[in-house]
Design a protein around this ligand. Structure first.
Ligand code: 26Y
Length: 818
């Protein structure tokens, strides 16, 4: 840190909190609830933070800096109290101040609801990236949606997932600031008119059918060291002021309420799907709504200092976080041509310089497409623009390179000519963007070679890689403070900014004294998790067991079912041989399933039912436990990750774009058991193959096996343990009185062809677990591995990812804040 910013001591901090408790919260020390104390603490933090926010924004304006605008339908922020305190350098001061008031800071932090405005990896990545951008001092804005309800709260009832609404701001949120001065009006529906202008030019005019108001809420994003405080701007939809007051005044109160409700629906709820397209009109409107609001906001800011558009592309970078904000492309074209009077070519030149696109998936079912008829109804002018972009692209680029080749034309066209015709958002992104990146080396390679080979041939320089990263401030400093302190004690204070500095810890990996310190911290974190598990599930587990953790969205390609199958096989071995030699193991899951994803929900049910039986079976003497933690979310991850011994990263090779949980777990000293997929490959490179447990088919082998014709029944008949475990699912052993309740798992793995090669990888997975078991018994060996993992993952700092984006894509400069 360059200079200590906030010199508040604990006395002053305490006074401030008490002051705000009285004057802002309107209560007193005697009456105040925990929630009120937490709020008063937040107000105190804001007091310091707003000052930095203002100076940052003023400096950016004065210096007229180039900035990146990160467009994302999801920002999975989690909680902000501890994070903001750490980044302001005030955590310990606050902790001491509260202690003098007989309050525990960690305890107060539990009062904060998670900001769960995202599904999983993609949303959390956006949150880590805006943290890094602020930390590194780059001018940046996050733009997204102010969902009233974030990702559903998951309850488990009799083993099944039940979705409950999430109301993160029911009692107010101290971090957001409403900015009525920056409200926007957003048109929708209607028709396009061709008019003859005064300038004798033919112009297109969109006559919208209705207008929605966009209200911005700003969340300050405090960089570590608090030099820069950037903004995350989230748009809330409201009924427009244009709305029908006449109707209202003439007794149409109910009708006007209906309009209001319809307008507010747009930002009402986050779609709880990941990886499978929701395809709903409301989702398209959500996407358009936040993109249009954000572009108007960018335009408004730009015009404060410019009178023409020459400096637009030099000043503005827009990153599209997956295809969800793609409609920003035709919207910017429309703004520039229809509203600002630019020629097509001028507008197109700007767009192709401004936009870049990050791909997060190779799964065909996750590539967004929209029916043309829907576009035509909701965004008629945008459809015209898309047609024009497509016509020019097919003629000028495709036909020039592959004259008369209609197959390639059909494949690269933005319009899929099926029935119904559809707009392919990824094609529009690739055609417009100056850079397209994947999120791990292997993923970026597959994006080029398998997903967009012709585009790659057309524009080889367009494609690049930026391997994902995570912020070590949240995922080590804040969530694992004891380990953070040990690292600071060992290598100094530089590591939260320069995670590579932890490499210096490697020289202590063999040192018994250091090993003991390191493993004592792990043990303590496990003991803390034991209590959380008991409180959340009622299950007793021992901190002496290996904590083996799989935490991520539930998807067949992520293969929680492989983990489950292996657990069943272990259980059966223990039943057949009570002396079966294994170190006690606790398998811990945390996972939400998309509400409409049947098999995924069945897998959750199966994990819970198998777990129930195992956990209550005295014959296996607590050698095996299975815990399903309900309502997996950022704040729960912060408790699970520091306590993990083993990190399960077992996706079918070629399917997980990157993964980021794998990085967080390794950073906290967990040993990865993983396939050669996504960022696992790079983690293995960094920590060394000896310090993780790699197993299973490679991307090439997966392709080969599929090409040869994969038949899961071969594995079923060849491996008696697989057969026994799968046949077990037909009985009522795990669901007494209800035989066959778990059959869908078996069906997916046999009758429906086991799309994700679970059975093909089973034997290798089992062997890998045997290796984990034997490694763990060698305490010194295990400690060494754990230390090397935590000390060697500097590459996966999201600061490094951001510098890669800057260098390859955004070309920004850091801005010192006065
Ligand atoms: C189309 C819509 C339903 C949709 C909504 C959310 C589609 C996808 C998603 C979310 C995708 C996602 O989270 N992908 C993950 O992105 C991470 C960050 O790059 C990767 O680490 C991870 O491998 C990938 O699955």
């Amino acid at each position: 840190m360059e200079k200590p910013l906030f010199t508040l001591d604990k006395e002053e901090f305490r006074k401030e909190v008490v002051h705000h408790l009285r004057t802002t919260l309107g209560t007193s020390e005697i009456k105040a609830s925990k929630q009120a104390w937490w709020m008063a603490t937040c107000v105190t933090i804001n007091h310091m933070l707003f000052e930095r926010l203002t100076s940052t924004q003023q400096t950016h304006l004065k210096k007229d800096t180039r900035a990146v605008h990160y467009f994302s339908a999801e920002f999975l922020m989690g909680r902000l109290t501890a994070n903001n305190l750490h980044n302001l350098g005030l955590y310990k001061v606050c902790e001491e101040a509260l202690k003098d008031l007989d309050l525990d800071l960690a305890d107060l932090c539990e009062e904060e609801p998670d900001m769960a405005l995202g599904n999983g990896g993609l949303g959390r990545l956006a949150a880590c990236f805006i943290d890094s951008l602020a930390t590194l001092g780059y001018p940046a804005l996050g733009y997204g949606l102010h969902y009233e309800h974030g990702l559903f709260r998951q309850e488990i009832r009799d083993g099944r997932q039940v979705e409950r609404p999430d109301s993160w701001r029911e009692y107010g949120n101290p971090w957001e600031i409403c900015r009525p001065e920056s409200v926007q009006d957003i048109p929708l529906y209607g028709y396009v008119e061709t008019v003859f202008g005064d300038d004798c030019k033919v112009r297109k005019v969109w006559r919208p059918g209705r207008v929605i108001k966009g209200v911005p809420w700003d969340i300050p994003i405090v960089g570590f060291g608090a030099q820069t405080v950037n903004i995350l701007r989230l748009w809330e939809s409201r009924a427009s002021d244009f709305f029908d007051w006449d109707v209202f005044n003439h007794g149409g109160y109910v009708d006007s309420q209906k309009e209001k409700a319809e307008a507010e629906t747009i930002s009402k709820v986050l779609y709880p799907n990941d990886e499978t397209e929701a395809g709903k009109e409301l989702r398209l409107i959500q996407q358009y709504f936040f993109c249009a609001c954000s572009l108007k906001d960018i335009m408004r800011r730009y015009k404060r200092t410019h009178t023409d558009f020459k400096a637009f592309a030099p000043q503005i970078a827009i990153q599209l976080n997956d295809t969800h904000p793609t409609v920003a492309i035709p919207e910017l074209m429309r703004e520039l041509i229809d509203e600002e009077g630019l020629e097509w070519q001028e507008a197109w030149d700007i767009c192709t310089k401004v936009f870049s696109y990050t791909n997060h998936t190779l799964l065909p079912e996750a590539l967004e497409t929209w029916p043309v008829y829907l576009f035509e109804r909701v965004l008629p002018r945008h459809l015209e623009i898309i047609y024009e972009i497509n016509a020019r692209f097919l003629k000028n680029e495709v036909d020039a390179k592959w004259p008369g080749n209609n197959d390639i034309k059909r494949k690269l066209s933005i319009i899929d000519e099926g029935n119904p015709r559809r707009v392919r958002m990824a094609n529009l992104c690739v055609i417009t963007s100056h850079k397209v990146n994947g999120v791990a080396e292997i993923h970026s390679k597959l994006v080029k070679e398998d997903l967009f080979p012709e585009f790659n041939e057309l524009w080889p320089d367009k494609f690049c890689n930026v391997t994902n990263g995570v912020t070590p401030r949240r995922w080590l400093l804040s969530c694992n403070q004891e380990l953070a302190d040990l690292f600071t004690e060992t290598v100094g204070t530089a590591w939260p900014l320069n995670l590579d500095a932890l490499r210096a810890v490697n020289k202590f990996a063999d040192d018994p004294a250091f090993q003991k310190k390191f493993m004592d911290i792990k043990q303590h974190n496990k003991q803390k998790l034991v209590k959380v598990i008991k409180a959340e599930t009622g299950i007793d587990v021992s901190a002496e067991a290996i904590f083996d953790i799989q935490i991520k969205r539930l998807h067949e390609y992520k293969r929680q079912q492989l983990n489950l199958l292996h657990i069943m096989v272990l259980y059966r071995r223990l039943l057949l041989n009570p002396d079966y030699d294994m170190h006690p193991r606790v398998f811990i899951f945390g996972s939400k399933a998309a509400p409409g994803y049947r098999v995924a929900k069945d897998i959750i049910y199966a994990i819970n039912k198998v777990g129930e039986r195992i956990n209550n079976d005295p014959r296996i003497k607590d050698k095996l436990k299975v815990v399903f933690m309900p309502n997996y979310r950022v704040s729960l991850a912060e408790k699970l990750i520091p306590a993990a011994d083993v990190s399960e990263q077992i996706s079918t090779a070629g399917y997980e774009a990157s993964g980021t949980g794998n990085m967080k777990l390794a950073m906290n000293g967990a040993i990865t058991i993983g396939t050669l997929d996504g960022a696992n490959i790079e983690i293995a490179e960094e920590v060394g193959e000896d310090n993780c447990v790699i197993f299973g088919l490679t991307v090439e082998q997966v392709k080969e096996l599929k090409a040869r014709g994969y038949n899961p029944w071969d594995y079923y008949y060849a491996n008696p343990e697989i057969k026994a475990a799968l046949d077990w699912l037909d009985t009522d052993y795990f669901t007494p009185g209800h035989p066959g309740e778990l059959q869908s798992i078996k069906k997916a793995l046999l009758d429906y062809g086991d799309t994700y090669l679970t059975l093909a990888d089973f034997a290798a997975y089992d062997e890998a677990h045997k290796r984990v078991d034997s490694l763990y018994r060698d305490k010194a060996r295990w400690a060494k591995m754990a230390i090397i993992n935590a000390a060697s993952v500097g590459k996966f700092n999201s600061d490094r990812s951001i510098e890669d984006y800057i260098r390859q894509i955004w070309h920004l400069e850091k801005c010192d804040i006065a």
